[in-house]
Design a binder for this molecule. Sequence first.
Ligand code: NAP
Length: 513
Amino acid sequence: MSLQLGRRRLQAALRRGGTGPSVAIIGAGLSGLGMAVQLQRAGVEGFTIFEQAGGVGGTWRENTYPGSGCDVPTHLYSFSFSPKHDWTRRFAGQEEILGYAEDLVRSHGLGPHLRLGTGISAARFDEGVGCWRLETTTGEEVTADVLVAAVGQLNRPAVPDLEGLETFAGARFHSARWDHGVELEGREVVVIGNGASAIQFVPEIAPRVKALTIFQRSSNYVVPKPDRVYGPLARFIFERVLPLELLYRWWIYWSFESRWFAFREGSAMGRHLERRFGREVRGQLVSEDLPEAVLVPDYPLGCKRILISNDWFPALLRRNVRVETSPVALVTPGAVLTEDGARHRAEVLIFATGFDTTHFLAPITVAGTGGRTLAEAWSDGAEAHLGLTVPGFPNLFLLYGPNTNLGHNSILFMVERQIEYVLACLAELSRRGQGALEIRPEVAERSGRAVQERLARTAWAGSCQSWYKTASGRVTNNWPGFTVAYWAETLWPKMADFLPLAQDRPASRTPVG
Ligand code: NAP
């Protein structure tokens, strides 16, 4: 799927001499590891991955809640340059994906480049030397020519500031920090939130708990999950008949890509799917306990992430499960009180309330030219040219940055494109004997405006609250089109889009260290 032009160009540049720029990668999730694999394969020696946690895998290391798994078929939710042939099922679970991340480290020999337990707290571009100076959470100062931020969009759990929460006497935790030491068997459990995480763990815990109350603020489109187990024969075929596996990957990719049509504002496909969803839910599920208003969203399909599950609705139908729509008024030591005056007993409180998604890179202070920080540059909402580069921040590249998230296809496809783009930029830096690449402000402004104009014509701009938007309603997270369009736009960085090298900025070569 990927031509790997960037990697080839970088390899060629390195063959002509030089070791390439030094690269510091923040984050050892799948994006950071993918970047490292491709740097390694291109022959760049001076790169380091800084990871604040004690292990790799990012979101797949953190989200260990029961039933955690991917909602994109994992033959596509994996790197084309490092495929895994023996996925045990179509939508693999968290442990298997975490194993894939750990295998990337093992099979590509990334161990010596990994600094676990070492976060980056601040980064400052040194204009005199033309390098990035990083402060680690362990108190060191580190320098690198190029900084690649691979921190993800869903890494800071958001817990609502509920009145009385500190008085709660039972156990409480966020779904992304699941406390496996808390016994749920026979307990009264309250879950706040009903998004992608909740719909995966609720069916798992519902049969075990005494009572489960789910606090729902708005409903979701939940569609069937076409999952299946890959038996030994399927895995043998994927392993031995590689063209077949590649064909399968392509088939998944294009069938997912075609879903983009449903995400355009007022699309006929979207309206058709909304009507079908409403019809099926009314026919099969609506009851006095689960009225239509609880089950059928009042916003356009796709405005929030479309969820896939075969066991969410059956879980809601259980006698020990209740959906509560009255907002939380107060938490007491043993209950959650709602605005309608009802009291819901609670021994365990689980927050499935998502993440702080719009403050990209927070809490790292990143200062570019003139000491201006990313937080200042993004005071009206984060944006970056192709989600990758920001004016005033030379040699800083973002993976899974602003406006590169998807609702219809595999995010790793986008990340692969971004890695290629970074490699092509590194090839250019190597060819020039280093220096710095900084996107022209007018180029970033033009592409940012185009992205926002296109977003205004998508389902995400619709009447819903979602993690794709800032409080003011600006969509900062999603890419507004086909991923194949992103592929074309990132195929090769146009050097004319970048500022010429400052005369007084020396070409540098700074080892990470
Ligand atoms: P989420 O989709 O943002 O859902 C958060 C839920 O909490 C929503 O139901 C939200 O209600 C509710 N909520 C938030 N603040 C609240 C408050 N103050 N009071 C009451 N309810 C509140 O978060 P998530 O479920 O963790 O999923 C986030 C994303 O992670 C997903 O969209 C997906 O991209 C990713 N994810 C992926 C998978 C996968 O299978 N690959 C699995 C899990 C997560 P509203 O909807 O009304 O805002």
